[in-house]
Design a binder for this molecule. Structure first.
Ligand code: ZN
Length: 266
């Protein structure tokens, strides 16, 4: 998991259309009515029509690799994910800043799971509502989940490139940040799918081969375009980001990056 590739701005036309949809939800009499309206109106939107045709195109541009999921980086991203769940935060159901492109296997289990860190607290408090729970607004605070549009998840997380290819909390970060890292790993199941972990390992092998090719080509003064395309399009971009970040302490990466430091800019 890492920061989105780009933060895209919508055209004013699409932004205005979203704002008009949001205003209808916000205009409901009270919070339970706004929750119901958000669910109903979101269900009625046609994702291939304006403004969602533009929204999905913009979300595509924000994905790494070939339209990979913003959370697992593994699967095709084809579902609009509300970072702040629409059932809890109806005031964000049509907010562009609240959208990410995610895959079904990530979007489904996350569902309405969402936790808040109250000011000054280091304990994430789950705010997802059960079926018997009164429909009232969640407690106030910051999201525990890392938001790849606003946070740089790699400030909080580290990928083990030596053995496990699992994400872990970075050492030396503040307790509140550590709690966000922990909550994100568990809630998104970043280490829960063995196929995803295997895919990270394969990405590492491919990227290492590409890097070795870069070294050869630099020495022979040949073009680097192919290798660069492999680096830019291989799924699991966080593996490449970690290879760059950890290259001075991983011997098999130290030499290639020292011969071809240009790859540190890719
Ligand atoms: Zn996913």
């Amino acid at each position: 998991m890492l920061r989105v590739r780009a933060n895209v701005t919508l055209s004013s036309g699409a932004a205005n259309e979203l704002a008009a949809l949001q205003a209808k939800v916000d205009g409901e009499a009270d919070y339970p009515a706004r929750v119901a309206a958000a669910k109903r109106r979101w269900g009625n939107t046609k994702k291939r029509e304006s403004p969602f045709d533009e929204v999905t195109t913009a979300l595509d541009k924000m994905c790494w690799g070939h339209h990979r999921c913003a959370y697992c980086e593994d699967s095709l991203a084809d579902e609009i994910e509300h970072f702040w769940p629409k059932d809890l935060y109806p005031e964000r159901v049509f907010a562009w800043e609240n959208y990410l492109y995610a895959c079904g296997p990530c979007n489904g289990p996350k569902g309405n799971a969402f936790a808040i860190l109250p000011p000054g607290s280091t304990n994430a408090i789950e705010v997802a509502r059960g079926t018997q729970t009164p429909i009232v607004p969640p407690i106030v605070g910051d999201p525990a989940l890392l938001d790849p549009r606003r946070d740089d998840p790699l400030d909080f997380l580290e990928l083990d490139l030596v053995e496990t290819f699992r994400f872990r909390e970075r050492t030396g970060i503040a307790p509140r940040d550590r709690e966000r890292a922990r909550y994100t790993i568990v809630t998104l199941g970043l280490n829960a799918r063995s196929a995803v972990i295997d895919a990270r390992r394969t990405a590492y092998d491919l990227l290492l081969l590409a890097l070795e090719s870069v070294v050869t080509r630099v020495r022979e003064q040949r073009p680097l375009d192919h290798a660069r395309r492999v680096v830019e399009n291989t799924s699991h971009r966080s593996v490449w980001e970690e290879m760059k970040r950890q290259h001075t302490r991983l011997p098999e990466l130290t030499l290639p990056f020292s011969v071809a430091p240009i790859a540190l800019d890719w």
